[in-house]
Unconditional design. Structure first.
Length: 226
């Protein structure tokens, strides 16, 4: 094998190893989350909480997941005034004049944006999502949830419920957000269809995930003689 052929083969092997390591890390993270989902929802199906809490829980409600997050809600930036002024100057005496003026213009309402309101604890149960912070407390009941959406990196969540006009939500770091996404989806399935349906699906995914574990193959190891 020539020098350049050998060099290219070694470079390809290193690139393949890096790609495999990255794929394996992602697989291990997802596999660990799947195991956690099965453990938590099995416990809930047996009437057990997975997060210690002081909530006034509803009958049959169980805690599933908790993390630190940021609560945000639709708000407006400050309004602004666009216009000018005009008026006349009236002499008062001793060289002092009093200006009488009038403002002409219009108030421009602030822009509607999602605005961070507080940082605190986000807790997910089988019936609702709850945020508790030093300033704000909010909950989203699954039976009133109209829509849930997230950003591409799964870190930021926007929730619309039937009993509130404002869109609100929570934001996490990316890794926590990915895990939350899976727990939120599983919790809504339980709320709509029950534990049996969810756990059957999770066990199927478990078998598929084990078969899909990334394998480093097709690489020929080359050792150079020193």
């Amino acid at each position: 094998m020539g020098f350049f052929t050998e060099f290219k083969a070694k470079r390809a092997a290193k690139a393949a190893t890096r790609a495999h390591s990255a794929a394996l890390a992602n697989w291990e993270e997802d596999r660990a989350t799947l195991t956690k989902l099965i453990t938590v929802f099995t416990a809930a199906s047996n009437g057990q909480d997975s997060v210690p809490n002081t909530l006034m829980q509803k009958r049959g409600e169980h805690t599933l997941w908790s993390a630190t997050g940021i609560f945000h809600e639709t708000g407006r930036t400050p309004s602004s005034y666009v216009g000018g002024s005009s008026g006349v100057s009236i002499p008062v005496g001793a060289g002092i004049r009093f200006r009488v003026g009038a403002m002409r213009g219009q108030v421009i309402p602030g822009e509607e944006l999602q605005m961070d309101k507080d940082q605190g604890v986000v807790m997910l149960t089988t019936d609702r999502l709850i945020f508790t912070g030093p300033i704000k407390t909010q909950q989203w009941d699954f039976d009133k949830l109209l829509m849930a959406s997230t950003t591409d990196d799964e870190s930021d969540y926007f929730l619309n419920v039937s009993n509130r006009q404002k869109t609100s939500g929570v934001r996490f770091d990316v890794r926590t957000g990915r895990e939350f996404n899976r727990f939120l989806g599983a919790a809504t399935v339980v709320n709509e269809k029950g534990y049996e349906v969810l756990l059957d699906e999770l066990h199927k995914l478990e078998k598929e995930a084990d078969k899909a574990r990334p394998v480093l193959g097709g690489i020929v190891a080359i050792e150079l003689e020193k």
